[in-house]
Design a binder for this molecule. Structure first.
Ligand code: NAD
Length: 312
C-alpha cells in the first residue's frame, strides 16, 4: 500500500525528526512537510531529502494542504512544546486553537484521511481533532503512551539484560503525569514480569518514576524531546500501511472498553491499514483499573475545558 505521509508542524523538532525517521525506515514513498514557518520547512525538506541518498526511493518535499489525496496519512506535530517545569496539560490553552484550525484545513480538502495526533496534551487534542473533523474513530488517534511504553521497554531491557523484542509491557493512561505501568499483564518471553529473573519491585518503581519524569528531564537539559517520539511516529505510519496489525499503546476513543466511555486515553490497540481499534481484553488488575479510571478523569476534565469557546 502506498500512502503519502504529511507532517503538519514539520519545521519543528518533533515533526522534522519524525520525517527523518520515516525516511530512514522507508515506511512511505513520499513525505510532505507543512508548517506556518514556510522557509524553515523548505530547509527541513531539503536537509532530510539529502539523508535518503543511501536508502533510496523516499521523496521528501515541502507542500501544503491542497496536496492531500484520498487515503493519505496526516501527522500533526504543530504547536507549542513544554517549557522547563511546564506540564503537558498547561499547553492546552495555546494548542487547542492551533489543532482546531489545522484539522479544519485538512478536512476542507479531503475527508478520506488518517490523522495521527502528536501535539500535547495529546489525549485531549486527539479528542478535539475527532470532534472537529467528524471522522470515524478508527481514523483519528494519538501517539498516547506509545513513547512512554518505548521508554519502559528500553529500561527493562537494560536492567534485565534481555532484548526489547522479548518484552511485552505497556504504560497506559494519560500521556502525562497520571500514566502508569500495567505490570500485572507484563510478560517477558511469556513469563510474568514480576517473576522474571532479576526483577524487583524497587527496580519497577524506579523505572516508573523515570518514565514519568523523562520528558521533564530531557526538556530541562536540551529543550525538546524529539528523537524517541520521531521513531514512534515512523513505526505508527508504517503500521498504517500494513494489512496485518501491530499493537501499540495509543490514544483512541473509548466506547465501553474497561468501563470507559467517550474519553480518549492510552490503551493497547491494533493499528493497520484500516486505522486503529482498541483491544478490550488486556489484563488489568483492580489497582490498575483504578489508575486507568483516575487518569481518564484527568483527561475528561481537560477535554471539557478544551471545548470551551475561549480555548477553541
Ligand atoms: N506525543 C508525544 O509523545 C510528544 C513527545 C514530544 C513532543 N510532543 C509535542 O509535540 C509538539 C511539537 O513539539 P516540538 O518540539 O516539535 O515544537 P517546535 O516548537 O520545535 O515545533 C512546532 C512547530 O509547529 C509549527 N506551527 C505552529 N502553529 C502552526 C500551524 N497553525 N500550522 C502549521 N504549523 C504550525 C511551528 O512553526 C513550529 O515549527 C509539542 O506540542 C510537544 O509537546 C509530543
Amino acid at each position: 500500500m502506498q500512502r503519502t505521509a504529511f507532517i503538519v508542524g514539520a519545521g519543528g523538532k518533533v515533526g522534522a525528526t519524525a520525517a527523518y525517521a520515516m525516511a530512514l525506515k522507508r515506511v512511505v514513498s513520499e513525505i510532505v512537510l507543512i508548517d506556518v514557518a514556510e522557509q524553515l520547512v523548505h530547509g527541513q525538506a531539503m536537509d532530510i531529502s539529502h539523508a535518503t541518498s543511501f536508502t533510496n526511493g523516499v521523496r521528501v518535499r515541502a507542500g501544503d494542504y491542497s496536496d492531500i489525496k484520498p487515503g493519505d496519512i496526516i501527522v500533526i506535530t504543530c504547536g507549542a512544546p513544554q517549557k522547563p517545569g511546564q506540564t503537558r496539560l498547561e499547553l492546552l490553552e495555546i494548542n487547542a486553537g492551533i489543532i482546531r484550525e489545522v484539522v479544519q484545513q485538512i478536512t476542507r480538502v479531503e475527508r478520506d484521511v488518517f490523522i495521527v495526533l502528536v501535539s500535547n496534551p495529546v489525549d485531549v487534542l486527539t479528542h478535539l481533532a475527532l470532534e472537529v473533523s467528524g471522522l470515524p474513530k478508527e481514523r483519528v488517534f494519538g501517539t498516547g503512551t506509545a513513547l512512554d511504553t518505548a521508554r519502559l521497554r528500553v529500561q527493562l531491557a537494560r536492567d534485565l539484560h534481555v532484548t526489547q523484542q522479548e518484552i511485552e509491557a505497556y504504560v497506559l493512561g494519560e500521556h502525562g503525569d497520571s500514566s502508569f505501568v500495567a505490570r500485572s499483564g507484563a510478560r517477558i518471553g511469556g513469563i510474568p514480569l514480576t517473576e522474571f529473573p532479576g526483577f524487583s519491585a524497587h527496580m519497577l518503581s524506579t523505572i516508573d518514576h523515570d518514565i514519568r519524569s523523562a520528558a521533564y528531564k530531557i526538556i530541562e537539559t536540551k529543550g525538546n524531546s524529539h528523537f524517541g517520539i520521531g521513531d514512534v511516529v515512523a513505526e505508527l505510519v508504517g503500521a498504517l500501511q500494513q494489512e496485518q496489525a501491530s499493537i501499540f499503546a495509543v490514544s483512541a476513543l473509548t466506547t465501553g472498553e474497561y468501563g470507559l466511555k467517550d474519553v480518549v486515553v492510552g490503551l493497547p490497540a491494533l493499528v493497520n491499514s484500516k486505522g486503529v481499534r482498541l483491544l478490550d481484553r488486556y489484563p488489568l488488575d483492580e489497582d490498575e483499573l483504578g489508575k486507568l479510571h483516575a487518569s481518564a478523569e484527568v483527561i475528561k476534565k481537560a477535554t471539557q475545558a478544551a471545548r470551551k469557546p475561549t480555548l477553541v
